[in-house]
Write a protein of this length. Sequence first.
Length: 134
Amino acid sequence: MQLPTHAYVAVADGEKLNLFKNTGEAGTLELTAMQAPEVERDNKGSGGRHASSAANPSDSQQEEDGFAAGVAEMLNKQVMAGHVEALVVIAAPRTLGELRKHYHKTLSARLLGEIPKDLTGHSLKDIEAAIVAA
């Protein structure tokens, strides 16, 4: 996948978000780390239940889903404010599924692609390689 200059890349799992911007010129991929805005962690995600049992998500899973919903909310705000023209989301598969539930239609329209991999603890080189391979 080729990213335009200034495209954003969000790399997330259920606990952590890394945000990058493509600063490469003319089709060159060169990601630069950015300070991610604060993510609201109180959102309980789509589960909405607080009690744990065999049939309900665990508390830690609810926290991860809530974090994913908060990431989507933050990305929606960035897109709606005009800060993000193009976006790639890289997330652990379960987190990516939760993120999708909360995308605003404007974010969906600016989404260049999604990569279902957990790369939050990986190097910038690994992240760039995953984007090029996608």
